[in-house]
Design a protein around this ligand. Structure first.
Ligand SMILES: Cc1cc2nc3c(=O)[nH]c(=O)nc-3n(C[C@H](O)[C@H](O)[C@H](O)COP(=O)(O)OP(=O)(O)OC[C@H]3O[C@@H](n4cnc5c(N)ncnc54)[C@H](O)[C@@H]3O)c2cc1C
Length: 476
């Protein structure tokens, strides 16, 4: 979208038709850290805000609370949030600004106290899952982005804890619903592996399966005995895979681990490194994971048997890395309490160097059994409840189209990116904003401080004042 085909983008904040002074109503979808910050900002400004959270407060962060954060505490809170907490509870203690903390410490010292402040508790509706959001009068195809559409309200439909459905109308909607709960598929090329769909639903009902199938890096310290002598499969190349493998290597009495990595290794390993890395926790994790992968990476076709099947015999206490390898099928044997999996390894061919009569080798099928499977393939955007809204996204990264260009071109660590142009925050829906992890789609390195900038920029449009900066005004 450019300013030429979207004339509303050229209007300054003050006379922009989307702005509405209070009293106006705002629905915030997602009670994660950014949804809480967006709610606080709106409540400080006097808007009537309703915050919908499908689970408990910060439901997604709770799933990975045992994970060390990469950024120090000073990049994990807003001054406005701290002010709200201190006003209510002057005894509240915060980590030091440069302190490295775990996600659990983040939750306990900041996120949950923030959710407990008066300004937020009045707005917060936990166990309220949003089912759909649309304009009050126009479906997607009816009125394309113009003032008529922008000034129409939104209908939000949600389900409460008892399963009852409700709806109400709002002037603005802020989507801060994250991506963590929307795991990418586990199979080849991002498609489903055979058996995946069944396991996804069964793991919720079957506690034994649920304890053996992990959809992010597990908390090994919680029950180290659970992992003793276990055969473990890690699928994927996300930072959660690095976390899982390096933490597993710390376990006493560990069994064996096969790491199925869906790509070819670079000269340093799997994860990009920066020298020096401004985030020591990230540098440490990636260095340890790269070391593990380089040590354990097996040359392809090593254990091929005469019938063409590959036999990998994972070594006790060690990682076996299979590169260019994807999951194709997975089955849970509920009697043996084991997974039977089929992996497929492909071979990279240098076609420039290959002779004319060279034949591409077949993919290798690898059949193995494991007691534990850790899926760490990354997350994607769920749009089912907002499909009646016009929200253009990059087809590849699923990040918002309005800023994916500048974001991709940005040289350097994404931590330092700035939302320099207010127009990057606008969608063709005008009064609908997407903030936080979801606005970045599948792009790696979304940082909390970027979400805080987005909150400020969104409220500049909502209020219609380009210089609005509540933190500056209230916290100096
Ligand atoms: C393992 C890991 C480590 C990270 N480390 C760092 C770090 O060190 N530093 C940093 O700056 N960032 C880090 N991040 C980025 C991190 O995602 C953000 O900092 C933050 O958690 C994202 O906040 P969010 O509010 O955008 O999304 P989320 O935390 O994902 O919150 C979204 C919320 O929306 C709710 N929701 C979803 N759909 C609905 C619905 N239909 N109705 C109602 N509610 C709904 C979910 O239940 C959830 O509570 C890390 C991320 C991960 C996964």
């Amino acid at each position: 979208m450019t300013s030429t085909d979207a004339p509303h983008l050229d209007r300054p904040h003050a006379d922009h038709p989307i702005a509405l002074e209070f009293p106006a109503t705002i629905a915030v979808i997602g009670g994660g850290p950014i949804g809480l910050e967006a709610t606080l900002y709106g409540r400080f400004l006097g808007y009537e805000v309703t915050l919908f959270e499908q689970g408990e407060v910060a439901e997604n962060v709770r799933q990975w609370q045992h994970t060390p954060m990469w950024t120090p505490f000073q990049l994990l809170h807003s001054r406005l949030g701290r002010l709200a907490i201190e006003t209510q509870n002057p005894a509240q203690r915060f980590p030091e600004p440069l302190q490295e903390i775990s996600a659990r410490e983040w939750l306990e010292s900041y996120v949950l106290p923030l959710a407990g402040t008066d300004l937020i508790t009045k707005s917060l509706r936990t166990r309220h899952r949003v089912l759909s959001v649309g304009r009050c009068h126009y479906a997607k195809q009816q009125v394309i982005a113009n003032e008529t559409r922008w000034q129409d309200g939104f209908v939000v439909v949600w389900q409460d804890a008892e399963g009852n459905e409700h709806s109400d109308t709002f002037d603005f909607v802020i989507d801060a619903s994250g991506t963590f709960h929307q795991q990418q598929s586990w199979g080849v090329g991002g498609s489903m592996a055979l058996g995946e769909s069944r396991l996804r639903s069964a793991r919720v009902q079957d506690p034994e399966l649920g304890a053996a199938l992990h959809v992010t890096a597990p908390d090994f310290a919680k029950d180290p005995g659970h992992w003793e002598n276990s055969g473990v499969l890690v699928i994927g190349d996300s930072p959660a895979a690095a976390q899982a493998v390096t933490q597993w290597l710390q376990l006493e009495g560990r069994g064996s681990l096969v790491w199925a990595v869906p790509q070819t290794l670079g000269p340093d390993g799997l994860y990009p490194t920066m020298s020096p890395d401004p985030l020591p926790a990230r540098a440490k994790l990636f260095a340890a994971a790269n070391e593990a992968v380089m040590k354990s990476h097996r040359p392809s076709r090593m254990d091929t048997t005469s019938d063409g099947k590959t036999l990998v015999t994972p070594a006790r206490g060690q990682v076996t890395t299979l590169v260019n390898t994807n999951l194709t099928a997975i089955h849970w044997d509920s009697e043996q309490k084991r997974f039977r999996v089929r992996l497929l390894q492909w071979f990279e061919v240098d076609w420039d160097a290959a002779p004319d009569d060279y034949e591409e080798p077949d993919d290798l099928e690898i059949n193995l059994e494991f007691e534990q499977v850790i899926v760490a393939v990354g997350h994607s955007v769920e749009e089912s409840w907002s499909r009646e809204l016009i929200v253009p996204r990059c087809a590849q990264s699923e990040a918002l189209l309005s800023f994916v260009g500048p974001l991709s071109e940005f040289q350097g660590d994404r931590l330092d990116f700035k939302f320099a142009d207010p127009r990057w925050m606008l969608t063709p829906e005008g009064r609908f904003f997407v903030l936080g992890a979801k606005s970045f789609g599948r792009l790696p390195n979304y940082f909390y401080r970027l979400g805080l900038q987005q909150v400020r920029e969104a409220y500049r449009w909502i209020v219609g004042r380009a210089t609005l900066d509540l933190e500056q005004t209230l916290c100096g």
